[in-house]
Write a protein that binds this ligand. Structure first.
Ligand code: G3P
Ligand code: MG
Length: 248
């Protein structure tokens, strides 16, 4: 079934207006009329999938240390909003299950980025996809992406027919085209700050949608769109929505 990709995806929920990877951010994106959000998933020490970006707690919670060393119960004692703004104090790190409930309630599509702690590439994909397979039916509005090829390979093994996105960092792996074929990739997601016009043209030869992260300035979006980029991850999706060309 074809992917119904929007032009703009709220990055880490809606990270320009609410703490990243929180239920609050998902509601903020939905309130703006944004159709999809991107969220990062990793697993706790006790293998519960949670929505969190960093490998450590320090930047976005009042705790410290490695996520991989903490149980869900320990992480739930922390709060993850006040680093962003006092009005968000008291927010908890959500589980994947909780965010799916909100996404379904708000009728949002999801780009779930598998963001494993080092060494947990396979398990993180397994746990996240196992849970998703029990509660998510709408596969034209679900994209599983990762920088980690093992995670994508695991996703392909578990759910071959789900859409997968290959995240390309600043320095592309030399075998990126082979990866696209081997992992049966639906979208190629590039770093907006470093991608070149030539690279975009190379991807266009494969005739797959190209998404760029993270774009908050309409001028940058328009330039990338003129090169052939199809969609954008944005912390400020409302700003981008006003500023890009809508091509039907
Ligand atoms: O999936 C796009 C983007 O989220 C990748 O980078 O570090 O923000 O997860 P990062
Ligand atoms: Mg991400």
């Amino acid at each position: 079934m074809p992917l119904k990709l929007p032009k703009i995806i709220g990055h880490r929920g809606c990270a320009g207006y609410a703490p990243e990877n929180t239920l609050e951010g998902i509601h903020t994106a939905a309130d703006m009329g944004i159709e999809w959000v991107e969220l990062d998933v990793k697993i706790t020490k006790d293998e519960i999938p949670i929505i969190f970006h960093d490998d450590t707690l320090d930047r976005t919670t009042n705790g410290s240390g490695n996520i991989a060393d903490k149980t869900l119960e320990e992480i739930r004692e922390l709060e993850c909003g006040s680093w962003y703004g006092e009005s968000f104090s008291g927010l908890q790190v959500p589980t994947l299950e909780e965010v799916i409930d909100v996404l379904l309630e708000r009728n949002l599509g999801l780009n779930l980025e598998i963001k494993p702690c080092p060494g947990r590439e396979k398990e993180t994909a397994e746990v996240a996809l196992d849970l998703l397979s029990t509660i998510w039916d709408d596969h034209d509005r679900l994209l599983i992406s990762s920088f980690q090829h093992v995670s994508l390979e695991t996703a392909a093994d578990i759910a071959e027919d789900w859409h997968r996105g290959l995240l390309l960092p600043e320095k592309w792996p030399e075998n990126w085209e082979d990866l696209v074929k081997y992992l049966q990739i639906s979208t190629i997601n590039v770093n907006a700050a470093t991608v070149t016009r030539e690279q975009v043209e190379d991807i266009m030869d494969l005739e797959k949608p190209i998404l760029a992260y993270t774009v908050n300035e309409p001028d940058q979006a328009r330039l990338l769109q003129s090169w052939g980029i199809d969609g954008f991850f944005s912390d400020t999706p409302d700003v981008l929505k006003e500023g890009i060309f809508v091509v039907h």
